[in-house]
Design a protein around this ligand. Structure first.
Ligand SMILES: C[S@@+](CC[C@H](N)C(=O)[O-])C[C@H]1O[C@@H](n2cnc3c(N)ncnc32)[C@H](O)[C@@H]1O
Length: 305
């Protein structure tokens, strides 16, 4: 198995300790430890079901979409996770007699290993890239594994784990003439009570650092983002109910009773705000849009305008 490392485990561990000190944990830490991965898998089963039909349709279209590609098709997936959806596309290309090379890009070593192993089980060559997709430089370095035309994937509402106004511009900068980007978004469907799986998922990084559930409480807040009509953000916070010590990267970080830590946020979209972000804001052209059967997701196929 080949994995190229732009972001080391030591850098992630140091950044985790700094983030706890800053009381603000970014998205990448929610897929880092075995406990996080277990909680993520339990949570993602529901969206797997909702997106199955979309991915069957997309996989069926993949050979046609990439008809203009000559030679081996580079498939680069930003925030690939364990790559389950990506594999549908890889398998469809194989059935159509096309050869692909898979480049899952993720900060999680464990998920990257699963993505590479899965593709290799399907007889597809893979090179994992361990990188930080919130860094424009890492994105460009990952995109540079191949020249255009490339097939990019960014799915499972990965966009919603970042500031979408910034992130989509960084992604669009990687899309050149001839490239294709398949990207999806979670549709806002009113305020929904967080499930037990969601609570376990957002609490997992703190649990792995020694915090117990009754050491504090989780608070979920949903509100519109004033910058764009149709854009909504769900913030999650942990508030300590007693004085705590969090252990991270061999540091002991005190957290006083009443203090809060911002956990990872999630952006939700309307179909219109998602389309605006892709087109007017990021300068891409949407050539197809596929809503999921339950209306919770929309997946767009984009090219450079
Ligand atoms: C919402 S999951 C989606 C996973 C997968 N694409 C799917 O459809 O199931 C987001 C993925 O992005 C990765 N991720 C989060 N923050 C990241 C960062 N800053 N750099 C690289 N990967 C990141 C996570 O490890 C996770 O695999």
């Amino acid at each position: 198995m080949n994995i190229e490392v732009l972001l080391t485990e030591t850098e992630i561990a140091d950044e985790f300790a700094e983030s706890v000190e800053a009381r603000d944990l970014p998205e990448k830490f929610f897929y880092w430890t075995p406990l996080s991965i277990q909680s993520w898998k339990a949570l993602s089963t529901r969206s797997e079901e909702a997106l199955r039909e979309t991915w069957e349709k997309l996989a069926a279209k993949a050979p046609d979409l990439t008809r203009g590609f000559t030679g081996i098709i580079p498939v680069i997936s930003f925030g690939a996770g364990e790559g389950l959806r990506d594999r549908e596309v890889l398998k469809a290309l194989k059935v159509a007699g096309r050869e692909a090379k898979y480049f899952p890009v993720d900060s999680s070593q464990a998920l990257l290993e699963m993505a590479c192993a899965g593709a290799e089980d399907d007889d597809c060559e893979a090179l994992g890239i361990k990188a930080d997709i919130s860094s424009p430089m890492h994105l460009l370095l990952a995109a540079d594994v191949s020249e255009a035309p490339r097939l990019y994937l960014m799915v499972g509402n990965t966009l919603g784990g970042f500031d979408p106004l910034d992130q989509i511009k960084h992604i669009a900068a990687c899309v050149h003439k001839g490239d294709i980007l398949i990207i999806d978004a979670n549709i806002h469907a009113g305020t929904v009570e967080p499930s037990e799986e969601q609570k376990r998922f957002v609490f997992a990084p703190l649990a792995a650092a020694g915090v117990a559930p009754d050491d504090g409480e989780l608070q979920f807040t949903a509100r519109p983002d004033e910058r764009l009509d149709g854009l909504h953000i769900i913030t999650r916070r942990f508030q300590a109910l007693r004085d705590l010590t969090i252990r991270a990267a061999a540091r002991e970080i005190p957290l006083a009773r009443g203090e809060r830590i911002l956990l990872n946020f999630r952006y939700l979209f309307t179909a219109e705000s998602f389309r605006w972000l892709l087109t007017e804001h990021a300068g891409l052209r949407v050539v197809a849009e596929i809503p999921s059967a339950d209306g919770r997701f929309v997946t767009a196929v984009c090219i450079k305008a």
